[in-house]
Design a protein. Sequence first.
Length: 325
Amino acid sequence: MTTDSMPTPAEGEGAPVEAGATPAGTGAAGNPRALARARRRQSAARFWRDYRRNRGGMWGLGALVLIALVAVFAPQLVGADSQSVTDAPGGALESPSGEFPLGTDQFGRSVLALLVWGARVSLTVGLLAAFLCVAIGTLVGIVAGHFHGWYTTVLMRITDWFLVMPTLVLAIALATVMDRSMWTVVIAIGVTTWPTTARLVRAQTLAVESRPYIERARALGGDHGHIMIRHVLPNVMPLVLAQTTLVISSAILTEAMLAFLGLSDPTVTSWGGMLQDAREAGAVSAGHWWYLAPPGIAVAAVALAFTLCGRAIESVLNPKLGVTR
């Protein structure tokens, strides 16, 4: 067959498709958004596969899921009136029994019911405070790592000042001058615990901005906002995610300490508030262990669960650490 007799592509068909390639315009290969979604699904599946190998992380995740379900369905589990002082079902400071598995408090309320209700406040405060802390730290870290000049120096000196000051002292000072409410505790924790996140994010930002594709983005006309949002932020998000899980446990402990010191809303039931009520009722000297032990163990268990999840996420996202079993 001569070249003149060979079939030619029809007008508009373009060049022949190589063997094994997906034609343009069909499937994920011809759709950038579909290709990006497919890559995200593959990345999520790979992350979950590596995370499941970490036994500590799975134990922590299971504990958090269980506690979260208990907190969400607290009204159905213990009833909405279980916090009432006037309609308490038992006597004051009754020891554990079949009717009250964890005993009662000084008002005759079930300690188990209060523990379930306290999970809602403690988890909410921990999550909101951690979100505020990580948001401030990420913003300061990226800005301080991207820009260079006197304002960066000022940002880092402010960060160092917050870093060397005792976090609990600053939180107590803020909680003292503001109204006693749950939002006061959230703000007090969030605005005093961000420096560690800021320094970690700044170090990661400096490492990312030293890569060649950042120079190419600048050469192509990318402004500061484009580089920080489209290039730097996605690369520091794994570190931010791992740091968030670790900050949550610290925030829950700080909330418990502020509530124990009487700086939270006294009308809201939380684990730290239960410890404060037990101290005021003389549970320590009277030996009423069932009033003290459950909220303390709950705070320690949630903090440990978040720490296990954070370490597992960190080990998966950072290949240099490996996956511990």
